[in-house]
Write a protein that binds this ligand. Structure first.
Ligand code: NAD
Ligand code: UPG
Length: 338
């Protein structure tokens, strides 16, 4: 980002850096002294979410001429690729959008990047690649049988990355995020997504009076209380993992890796709502509803691989901490416009 970038560090292109997770990664990179260029078409992101220390380019990752130009102009040596479409139920109702904006758009990005000599890429993959896991916690080598187009669009991208890394002087890290939540502990960023579908965001909106109730989608899952179980990871811990993963890619350019990003423990929908009530002091109006399309019963990470491969240690895994930061951001959003 300004003059602090040591010469042995490439400038990093962050696609989707105006979005929820990308904006936190841009902050983590900036805090660690990396120079950053953000490429984002603002389809779900916000210009204001981009750290002022970063250079912002408005545009689409599938625009190969633009990507090539940005790489050449800014001397980009590595990419953190967050841009994409992220809503599981929407991927069921509009699958081609997901194959276009996740799989095909990434194909273009890769062609432009490889053509311009980029050596390293970190990819935002997902626990949705596993589908309904046979065993919990789920490890990286478990069968990958996505049950929604979102997960399949990401799995196809992982396959593309492996093929590209086999042939070209290029390595990648596929980071399979579990459920990302929370906000920057310093209050500089958070989830601003319009029409959010994520449970913790929705429950915090309800606690702030922006929604009348919270729907609980399904109470007949094969879990202890019948509601869906997920491994919620704090967005700042995830951003920190990205900086370490980038360093690992650069240090070992022959080696690619695929790592789960989660804490190895899960919470049910009802446990999450309990936490939001505890932290906010507000009693939520909970509505039991039918299951949502494309939702597995439980997704919890086996995180031994990331703990072994990177010097990453979770610092913000406490659910009430995650909820507290999400709620703090939600209250800030209420006061500001974005
Ligand atoms: N939020 C989660 O729990 C979660 C879990 C697993 C994986 N992921 C992945 O992490 C990444 C970031 O997700 P997020 O939650 O921050 O979503 P988000 O919608 O907040 O961010 C996505 C960003 O990408 C931009 N974008 C979308 N399509 C683009 C395109 N074609 N060209 C340029 N920019 C484009 C959007 O404007 C937005 O700023 C996604 O790839 C998502 O699949 C998210
Ligand atoms: O209003 C709501 C919203 C969600 N849920 C439930 O809460 C759980 C979590 O749902 P949500 O927060 O929407 O996340 P997921 O559908 O699990 O998907 C997220 O987590 C995946 C990884 O696990 C990522 O790949 C996706 O991008 C990301 O949206 C699920 O059991 C949902 O059925 C509700 O009961 N009510």
């Amino acid at each position: 980002m300004t003059d602090t970038n040591p010469t042995d560090r490439p400038t990093v292109l962050v696609t989707g850096g105006a979005g929820y997770i990308g904006s936190h990664a841009v902050l983590a990179l900036g805090d660690a002294g990396w120079r950053v260029v953000v490429l984002d078409n603002l389809v779900t992101g916000f210009r204001e979410a981009v750290d002022p220390r970063a250079t912002f380019v408005e545009g689409a990752i599938e625009d190969m001429a633009l990507v090539a130009q940005v790489i050449a102009e800014h001397g980009i040596g590595a990419i953190m690729h967050f841009a994409g479409s992220v809503v599981v139920p929407e991927s069921v109702s509009d699958p081609l959008k997901y194959y276009r904006n996740n799989t095909a758009a990434t194909r273009n990005l890769l062609e432009a990047a490889i053509g311009a000599g980029v050596r390293h890429l970190l990819f935002s993959s997902t626990a949705a690649t596993y589908g309904i896991p046979q065993a919990i916690p789920v490890a990286e080598d478990a069968p990958k049988v996505p049950i929604n187009p979102y997960g399949m669009s990401k799995l196809m991208t992982e396959a593309m990355l492996a093929d590209v890394a086999f042939t070209h002087p290029f390595n990648y890290g596929a980071l399979r995020y579990f459920n990302v939540a929370g906000a920057d502990p310093q209050g500089r960023a958070g989830q601003s997504t319009a029409g959010a579908t994520h449970l913790i965001k929705i429950a915090c909106e309800a606690a702030c009076g922006k929604r009348a109730h919270v729907s609980v989608y399904g109470s007949d899952y094969a879990t202890a209380d019948g509601t869906g179980v997920r491994d919620y990871i704090h967005v700042a811990d995830l951003a920190a993992a990205h900086v370490l993963a980038l360093e690992a890619l650069i240090a070992s350019p022959e080696e690619s890796f695929t790592l789960n990003c989660g804490y190895g423990r899960g919470f049910s929908v009802l446990e999450v709502l309990d936490s939001v009530e505890r932290v906010s002091g507000v009693t939520l109006d909970r509505r039991m509803e039918p299951r949502r399309a494309g939702d597995p019963d439980a997704l919890v990470a086996d995180n031994r691989a990331i703990l072994a491969r990177l010097p990453w240690r979770p610092a913000l895994a406490d659910l009430d901490t995650i909820v507290g930061h999400a709620l703090g951001w939600e209250r800030q959003l209420r006061r500001n416009s974005f």
